[in-house]
Design a protein around this ligand. Structure first.
Ligand code: XMP
Length: 518
């Protein structure tokens, strides 16, 4: 559901840079709507998208590589402002007849920019030396195309920024989108506001308004089903749809027996407060635990849970009557990952939330959040009046506690893990860390160790605590939470959770570890 309603849009063509998503973040932070598309987007599609300006991202290739990514050069004839970043600048230089110099060495790190022309891109900066920028490039500009002038240089890159202002074509060798370029956002805002003529008007209130009316129009009098998990994405999806179509929406929460303590009940209570929401809890714990009996292989656990989720959900949905649509809380990063230049990364763990359902059930997908980043979804949640506690919820994996119980899963082990996990969450909250860390949880290990309780020898389970800091879950580091907090967690778990006599803290980063243990 592309929101054609947003009239001022920026197109970002992705040449494979690891920073492309950051460009989109910066543009949206400036309250301008943008989308990332692959570098080879067709000219027709670009014209249909109708952007106010185009940003060409960086990328790992050299313009001289065989098979180097090239955009349709007719984008230069659209009379649109273009900003080429790093590889994007080299691409511009090459197609417009300048010379890109091949260099064996990569310039990587901070550089000091000397601004020679403080109009347009550097408006408000003043001329002279002193702006720190982040460089990461091999090739460089040897000779600018006809019509271009240098706007700024650095020691190693005499042409660190260039422009043909009359044609509104700009290039920068450095990366304005990264935090290491402190004035980068200001440069991008100059491009958006001064050069492309955009206004800062994209915000979450207008998103809600426009999305609600677009959903009404698309769905008509059809029926929609939505799987609720209690996480932010599915909750916001459900509430947005409820606002748009009211009782044409039915929500299903599958309790697979692998949820955290009290979770299914809390989610039900929360949504029952939304008047008239058609809500169904399916208690399928016996079903799931039966299928998982004796299974220890992590991938097998994940596959069974994914498959059985589809079975249970489908059965309930059929019982509720024929629906035409399935609503899903897909976010923008998931969308980009599947279409980007680099393509989907190798499967480390099978993730499955409701994947496969639309085909099995012959349903059309509704994904109202597919243009949003996580923090934008949170803002939409706030806009819709969802409580902060839900909006700020830490991520929880689809296969739930199954991937946090190493080895076989049974009710007894689930009870131990639930109790320990509840202590972790409570202590992390009390220490004011819940919203600061990315995730905090307990893991139950498949070993027992010797301990002493009173005068008695014990031989019991080990709980590992995992607390990580991360921005996007792609990389993560173990969180340096205070020893006192760790101490309290350990004491409380060992004293109050029957069956545990040892607690350890996981000090591994991702990579090479992962966040979840399975
Ligand atoms: P890993 O363990 O791969 O996890 O470092 C990265 C992030 O993804 C979450 N995760 C999942 N989320 N379905 C999900 O929706 C899944 O199957 C799944 N497995 C892991 C994990 O909690 C972390 O935030």
């Amino acid at each position: 559901m592309t929101p054609h309603l947003y009239t001022q849009k920026i197109l970002i063509l992705d040449f494979g840079s690891q920073y492309t998503q950051l460009i989109a973040r910066r543009v949206r932070e400036a309250k301008v709507y943008c989308e990332i598309h692959p570098f080879n987007m067709s000219l027709d599609a670009i014209e249909a998208f109708s952007p106010r300006g185009i940003v060409l991202s960086g990328g790992p290739a050299s313009i001289y590589d065989e098979g180097a990514p090239l955009a349709d050069r007719r984008i230069l004839e659209l009379n649109l402002p273009i900003l080429g970043i790093c590889y994007g600048m080299q691409y511009l230089t090459q197609v417009l007849g300048g010379d890109v110099g091949k260099s064996g060495d990569r310039e990587y790190g901070n550089a000091t920019l000397t601004i020679e022309d403080d109009r347009d891109l550097f408006y408000g900066f003043g001329k002279g030396e002193g702006r720190t920028v982040w460089m990461s490039h091999g090739d460089h500009i040897d000779r600018m195309p006809a019509g271009f002038v240098a706007l700024a240089g650095s020691k190693n890159s005499p042409v660190a920024a260039m422009a043909d202002a009359a044609r509104r074509l700009f290039g920068v060798q450095f990366h304005p989108e990264v935090a290491h370029t402190p004035d980068g956002s200001r440069m991008l805002r100059n491009f958006l506001f001064r050069i492309c003529g955009c206004e800062p008007s994209w915000n979450m209130a207008s998103f809600v308004q426009e999305t609600v009316s677009a959903l009404r129009e698309k769905i008509g009098d059809g029926r929609v089903i939505c799987g609720l998990s209690g996480g932010v994405d599915s909750s916001v999806t459900a509430v947005l749809l409820h606002r748009a179509i009211g009782d044409q929406l039915a929500c299903i929460l599958v309790d697979n027996g692998l949820l955290r303590k009290g979770e299914a009940r809390e989610v039900m209570e929360l949504f029952q407060q939304h008047d008239g929401m058609d809500l169904h809890l399916v208690d399928a714990s016996d079903h799931f635990l039966g299928h998982l009996r004796g299974v220890v292989d992590p991938e097998e656990k994940r596959k069974i849970i994914g498959r059985e989720f589809i079975t249970v959900f489908e059965e309930k949905a059929r019982e509720l009557g024929k629906a035409r649509y399935l609503a899903q809380g897909t976010l923008y990063p998931d969308v980009i990952e599947s279409v980007s230049f680099k393509g989907p990364s190798a499967t480390i763990k099978s993730h499955h939330n409701v994947g496969g359902l639309p085909d099995v059930m012959d349903l059309d997908l509704i994904e109202p959040l597919r243009e949003l980043f996580k923090d934008e979804v949170r803002q939409v949640g706030a806009e819709l009046g969802l409580p902060r506690e839900l909006i700020m919820r830490q991520p929880f994996p689809g296969p739930g506690l199954a991937v946090r119980i190493l080895g076989e899963i049974d009710r007894e082990r689930l009870e131990i893990l639930r109790a320990a996990d509840a202590v972790v969450i409570e202590e992390i909250r009390m220490a004011g860390l819940y919203e600061k860390v990315w995730q905090s949880f307990a893991v139950l290990l498949p070993i027992r160790t010797v301990g002493v309780m009173g005068d008695e020898r014990t031989y019991e389970n080990v709980i590992a605590i995992r607390v990580v800091d991360s921005l996007d879950a792609m990389t993560a580091d173990w969180s340096k939470i205070p020893y006192e907090v760790l101490g309290r967690i350990s004491n409380r778990i060992i004293n109050s959770v029957k069956g545990v006599n040892r607690v350890v803290y996981d000090i591994s980063s991702k990579p090479p570890s992962t966040i979840e243990w399975e």
